[in-house]
Design a protein around this ligand. Sequence first.
Ligand SMILES: NC(=O)CC[C@H](N)C(=O)O
Length: 348
Amino acid sequence: MADAYVALEGDRVIEARARAPGSTRGEVVFTTAYTGYEESLTDPSYEEQILTFSYPLIGNYGVREERFEDDRVHPRGVVARELTDDVAEWLDGEGVPAVDHLDTRDIVTEIRDEGAMKCGIAAGPDATEQDALDELHQCKHMSDHVDIGSQVSVDSVETYNEGGDGSTVALVDCGAKGSIVDSLVERDATVHVFPYDAGEDDVAAVDPDLLFISNGPGDPENFGQAGDLVETYVGEVPLAGICLGQQVVANALGGETEKMEFGHRGVNQPVRDLRTNQVVMTTQNHGYTVADPGDKLDVTQVNVNDDTPEGLENDELRIITRQYHPEANPGPHDSLGFFDDVLGMAEE
Ligand SMILES: NC(=O)CC[C@H](N)C(=O)O
């Protein structure tokens, strides 16, 4: 007998098995990644979402903290065909409801047909269909989480590799994956991680060689303060951005973003560089995209599947941004050169 329920927009309820009990709600999305569940589950960009894994078995190589991207689990709930005990126990300990033993192909097909949608989950011995529906009816769309930055950012400035030999990077933490800091520090940079709402004076105090806007959850329109920094610093110091960072840079420089129907989430998204024609495989997790780059940014890379912008650049203003995740955790490592390119701009 079912002891968990997943309610989707339109009040359809799917029966499941409880693996970590509790009630929860969030926009339900899917990832096609067949590896990297520890990285996905600790990626702050999944804040306020329910993550469905389309790959049928999640947890087959255990749970190891050194693979985490942050110190907690970010999705509000987890859905899979089969979760191992390791992952179920981890999620239970973190208080994140999780369910399995349901047909995830059904959920993925529904999201592909109807778009990312609101979802409610109730799991555990006392859970009822009505509990899941009650959660669903209280669920907000991602764009309505207007202060989501405060849920995922540092509270005050943190510095890594103080006194290092390389460039000084001001990284605006809109929900940064840990491996972005690691990738910069590995290349000798000193990284000052700023809260998402840092002001011009805060950043000026470290006299950065590079302003870097991180990835982060939800609608880039909700990260206006980071956009203000981009407007202030454009042309003064080089700019870099990853994922939400690309979207914030585009919005600040006259471009526009929009919500995609079901986004890109996986570890084998093909990206073509328009100058070299080379295709690289990339890790992705985004539900919004740059609809218009504005007249300051050139689209230099596109997604092979749907032609959406994957890279924006301006040589004169020294700007490089990527919609995908060059820090490549869990991988593939095709695009790690991004960090050399942006630090190269910083050193010029
Ligand atoms: N990984 C990210 O930075 C995601 C960017 C943005 N929140 C989106 O969903 O499009």
